[in-house]
Ligand binder design. Structure first.
Ligand code: CTP
Length: 402
């Protein structure tokens, strides 16, 4: 694979990205621009990649590097991608080795932009990004946060570990063809478990880790979607290119889901919202009674968000996906219970987990049956949560209308 590095301060973060690629067995050719070398020198790239590094087309001309490097790559990732590099790529300029490589690469190309907010939001950059996306390139949304100086805003390079995950997803999902079947789509994913407070320090919660929802968000970014992730009490790092909205309670989760649903082409409810909440939330910490008695705990039922957005559809054609953790019993098998729940909730797809053994929570693996309101049944054998996420998006993409 090729790691292109253009001239921004975030070039130093690309060293960690490079390490992740080489340590996971990838053969990486680093192609920095001349400006990138002002930030991180050629010896660093050469030492970390184990290969010589060139920026211009005049080194080793007999090997025709300006054509060979791009042609032989399985993936090109440009991190950081500056506004200037993006502009050159959009217009097909080829005045150095990296821009030549971008013109000769027929494999998937990922750009991880990093620049100041004004540059990212400038109409010129917006148009250039749109051009690259329309040609099938994956341009990851930059993160929000601290920029080079004292300023903050959108434009940060996402964490290298998360750019690496996007690249892994692209390689896993695409073969030689960029899988951009969710390009131009807005998808909403919920993850984690909500907390219902009894007082300022105590809450009722559940064991949901958020891993499956985060895997769904990552997989959707790698297929070109604009992704909003509503995360309830998840401690995982923000996936690259994802707008993460943090919530704690089911009421907050509901509010954020209802706010994002009108613009969402697909909603995947992977979160585990608490079904019940205390009737009263004490403003002060509840004290232990001297007589050893426990305080009364009256609960009330929370609204069912999945049922609400499925029965009151605000965007025609949107695909709504629920999850169900089931254990079979004498009223029916896991699949019977799943079918009944699908009908009750009114969603289009239901991902049914058999949690009889309790092995799903916090585990990197999952297995499930995806059932559709259209009668479809797709069995997904035990595998990573990323692999299940890919099949879920396959099913969603097949049901999206033009
Ligand atoms: N869900 C929701 N709002 C809730 C509870 C659950 O939107 N208040 C969603 C979950 O995100 C999940 C799906 O509903 O996608 C299944 O949740 P589950 O708790 O299994 O459904 P219940 O209605 O609680 O099932 P049961 O009737 O078996 O208790």
């Amino acid at each position: 694979m090729v790691l292109g590095v253009s001239g921004g301060i975030a070039a130093y973060k690309a060293c960690e990205l490079l390490r992740r690629f080489t340590e996971s067995g990838h053969d990486v050719t680093v192609v920095p621009t001349a400006a990138a070398l002002e930030f991180v020198g050629a010896p660093t790239w050469a030492a970390l990649s184990g290969k010589p590094v060139a920026t211009d087309v005049w080194t080793d001309v007999h090997e025709v590097p300006h054509v060979r490097i791009g042609r032989s790559a399985d993936l090109v990732v440009v991190a950081p991608a500056t506004a200037d590099l993006i502009a050159k790529a959009a217009h097909g300029l080829a005045d150095d080795l990296l821009t030549n490589t971008l013109l000769t690469a027929s494999c998937p190309v990922v750009f991880a932009p990093a620049m100041h907010t004004e540059m990212w939001e400038h109409p010129a950059t917006r148009a250039n990004v749109a051009t690259l996306r329309s040609r099938g390139a994956l341009v990851i949304e930059p993160a929000e946060g601290r920029l080079t100086g004292a300023d903050t805003g959108k434009g940060r390079l996402p964490e290298p570990a998360e750019i690496f995950e996007v690249c892994r997803e692209v390689l896993a999902g695409s073969g030689s063809d960029p899988a951009t079947d969710l390009a131009g789509r807005h998808v909403l994913v919920t993850a984690g478990g909500t907390r219902e407070y009894l007082d300022p320090v105590r809450f009722l919660g559940n064991r949901s880790s958020g891993l499956q929802g985060y895997a769904l968000a990552r997989a959707a970014v790698a297929r070109g979607a604009e992704v909003t992730l509503v995360a309830a009490n998840v401690t995982l790092p923000d996936p690259a290119g994802v707008k993460v909205v943090r919530v704690e309670t089911t009421a907050e989760l509901r509010q954020e889901v209802l706010a994002a649903t009108p613009s969402a082409d697909a909603v995947v409810m992977a979160a585990a919202p608490a079904d019940f909440r205390p009737v009263d939330v004490s403003d002060a910490k509840i004290k232990k009674a001297p007589d050893g008695s426990a305080p009364p705990l009256a609960l009330t039922q929370n609204p069912d968000i999945l049922h609400e957005i499925s029965s009151n559809r605000v965007r025609p054609g949107a695909v709504i996906v629920g999850f169900a953790a089931e254990t079979g019993d004498d009223t029916g098998s896991v699949l019977d219970l799943g079918r009944a729940k699908l009908a009750r909730k009114g969603c289009d797809l239901l991902v049914v987990n058999d949690v009889g053994g309790g092995a799903v929570f916090g585990s990197p693996d999952n297995e499930a049956v995806i059932i559709g309101a259209d009668g479809a049944t797709v069995e997904v054998p035990r595998g990573s949560k990323g692999a299940l996420a890919r099949v879920i998006w396959d099913e969603v993409a097949a049901r999206l209308q033009d």
